[in-house]
Structures are given as structure tokens and as C-alpha cells.
Design a protein around this ligand. Structure first.
Ligand SMILES: C[S@@+](CC[C@H](N)C(=O)[O-])C[C@H]1O[C@@H](n2cnc3c(N)ncnc32)[C@H](O)[C@@H]1O
Length: 160
């Protein structure tokens, strides 16, 4: 268990990226949505960095129960991304992120359009994922580029 956790770098990569983008003085006010939040591992790490305005979306009831027991998230959405519209309000989040939730058996690549819908105009969408599913990754990149051509979002940076 400890070895597996030590190998799983997604949460720490995401937290480093978010803390670079959001200065300490804004961390209590920015509204953050953790998509495919699992048990709230990333929320725990973000709370330690001063983020207090966190919501979560997670389709697994078991995971969501564990996440809720941490009392870190304000609103939780028991939903899938990629199966039509969710109940997450539109345009409300300064930061929308997903760690480990993108891939063939998880969120379909078209789910990024939902992330754009969740974010405020000018908000950040951050995706942290494995890069070994080549087919999925190719389709995701093409789809992301097509959304950029439609001016629905703009690529800001690739961290790794
Ligand atoms: C590897 S876990 C990552 C959990 C958490 N983000 C973390 O880093 O600890 C992947 C998560 O994606 C969720 N998931 C799978 N398909 C999904 C979908 N279509 N929409 C939203 N979440 C999904 C799973 O329930 C699971 O909690």
C-alpha cells in the first residue's frame, strides 16, 4: 500500500501546478472543482496549501463516502463526466482539475468540453494523466485542438 501510494505522483504534480498558478492570498476565495475526485486525496493536499473552497465530482458512491468523511469539500456531485450534461453549475469555477480520471476506462476524451463548461471565463482547466494510452491521447489532443479552433478555450501550458 505504501509503495503504491509512493508511486502515484498525480496528486503532488497537480498540487505543485495549482499552487504555482494561485498565490497564497487568493487560495481561500478561488472556487475549485476536483473532477473524478476519488477519495479526496488531492483535496487533502490542496487544503494543506490553504485552499478552502473545494467541490468534487465522483461517480463511485463508495469513494464519495470516504471523500465526504474528510469534510473538506463544500458540494459533491455524484455523477459521471461524458454521459451527457451533469448537474454541475456552468461557469462557476476558477480552477477545474482532474487527476488520474482521464483514460480509456474512465472519462471519455470528449469530457473536456464539460470541463470548459464548468470553468469561469478565464478559469483554468488542468489535466494530470498517464501518457501510455496512445490512442486515447491522440484523440484527446485532436479534440482539445478542435476546441481551441472553436475558441472555446486556449492552451496555456504543458507542464511535463
Ligand atoms: C485513479 S482514480 C483518481 C482519483 C483521484 N483523482 C486521485 O488522484 O486520488 C480515477 C477516478 O476516476 C473516476 N471516474 C471514472 N470514470 C469517470 C467518469 N466518467 N467521470 C468522472 N469520474 C470518473 C473513478 O471513479 C475514480 O475515482
Amino acid at each position: 500500500m505504501m509503495c503504491e501510494e509512493a508511486k502515484y505522483k498525480g496528486p503532488s504534480i497537480l498540487v505543485e501546478a495549482v499552487t504555482k498558478e494561485v498565490p497564497e492570498c487568493r487560495r481561500k476565495e478561488v472556487r475549485v472543482l476536483d473532477v473524478a475526485a476519488g477519495t479526496g486525496l488531492v483535496g487533502v493536499a490542496l487544503a494543506q496549501k490553504g485552499f478552502t473552497n473545494l467541490d468534487a465530482l465522483e461517480p463511485s458512491e463508495c469513494m464519495l463516502e470516504l471523500l465526504r468523511s474528510k469534510n473538506l469539500y463544500t458540494s459533491t456531485f455524484h455523477e459521471y463526466v461524458g454521459q451527457g450534461h451533469t448537474n454541475v453549475p456552468q461557469g462557476c469555477y476558477d480552477v477545474v482539475f482532474v487527476v488520474g480520471g482521464m483514460g480509456n476506462n474512465h472519462i471519455p476524451f470528449t469530457g473536456v468540453l464539460e470541463f470548459v463548461r464548468f470553468a469561469k471565463p478565464g478559469g483554468l482547466v488542468m489535466i494530470c494523466m498517464r501518457q501510455d494510452e496512445e490512442d486515447y491521447l491522440t484523440k484527446l489532443k485532436e479534440y482539445m485542438n478542435s476546441l481551441e479552433e472553436q475558441q472555446l478555450w486556449k492552451k496555456v501550458k504543458k507542464v511535463l
